[in-house]
Design a protein around this ligand. Structure first.
Ligand code: ADP
Ligand code: ADP
Length: 228
């Protein structure tokens, strides 16, 4: 769990108009924030800056009060879940989930890795599939594996980039419920990018609306719903 503070964050790619322009947002420990806005408004760029995959041009990013602008992704200890799942095709489900724990720098003992993978598989109902390869899974199962890989690390926060947009409507509803349950039970700080109105209005504590790189509004779903 972590508090994530964005202070006047700017991202410029080349000389063009900033992709993210002076965004400030204080995300509380355990809070679930939804990031919405039209395509190209800077949602992915913002997430990628938070996780450390993209340099911040200007402004400060604080995690638990500590400035992390120059920290490598692994030292920020945040877990990102991508729209395309980004699973390793040659690894089994279990190996995919365990992967972040097997990186050299993590030094987690094998017995604990096994235990943590089991726990993640429990939470996501992936037990029967641990020995299968991603190619043999449904879209929903692949998305669960991607979430398992995030859960297993006990990361300080989850960053979701349109995690359900490749799924059909029925599965999307199901996974939405699961994500809500998972976030409630783990109480992990979450920033979640979506295009989906229902996800925006049901999942988060607050919704942040981004337009052309500028944060236009931050409000609870109820406040947004009741506004004229
Ligand atoms: P969103 O996720 O809301 O669709 P993005 O963060 O992907 O928006 O993009 C925001 C803006 O930054 C867009 O104008 C996009 O074209 C531009 N952009 C994104 N990534 C790059 C990049 N690697 N190089 C140059 N411009 C980029
Ligand atoms: P190395 O050079 O050792 O590979 P890097 O800093 O380049 O280290 O990145 C690897 C570390 O960063 C790993 O701990 C990996 O889990 C983490 N990481 C990389 N990309 C992401 C991401 N999108 N979301 C979360 N963590 C990431």
């Amino acid at each position: 769990m972590a508090r994530i503070e964005l202070k006047n964050i700017v991202k410029k790619y080349g000389d063009g108009f900033p992709a993210v322009n002076d965004v400030s947002l204080d995300i509380a420990d355990g809070e679930f924030v939804i990031l919405v806005g039209p395509s190209g408004c800077g949602k992915s760029t913002l997430l990628r800056m938070i996780v450390g995959l993209e340099d911040i041009t200007d402004g400060d990013l604080l995690i638990d009060g500590k400035r992390v602008n120059d920290l490598a992704p692994r030292d920020r200890d945040l877990a990102m879940v991508f729209q395309n799942y980004a699973l390793y095709p040659h690894l089994t489900v279990g190996e995919n989930i365990a992967f972040p724990l097997r990186l050299n720098h993590s030094k987690v003992p094998e017995s604990e890795i096994r235990e943590r993978v089991q726990r993640a598989a429990d939470m996501l109902e992936l037990h029967e599939h641990l020995d299968r390869k991603p190619a043999n899974l449904s879209g929903g199962q692949r998305q669960r594996v991607a979430m398992g890989r995030a859960i297993v690390r006990d990361a300080k926060a989850f960053l979701f980039d349109e995690p359900l947009s490749n799924l059909d409507a029925k599965l999307r509803g199901q996974m939405r419920t699961e994500i809500a349950r998972m976030q409630r039970s783990l109480a992990t700080t979450t920033v979640y990018v979506t295009h989906d109105q229902t996800e925006a209005m049901t999942l988060g504590d607050r919704v942040a609306v981004l337009r052309k790189g500028v944060l236009q509004q931050v409000a609870s779903p109820r406040e947004l719903y009741e506004q004229p």
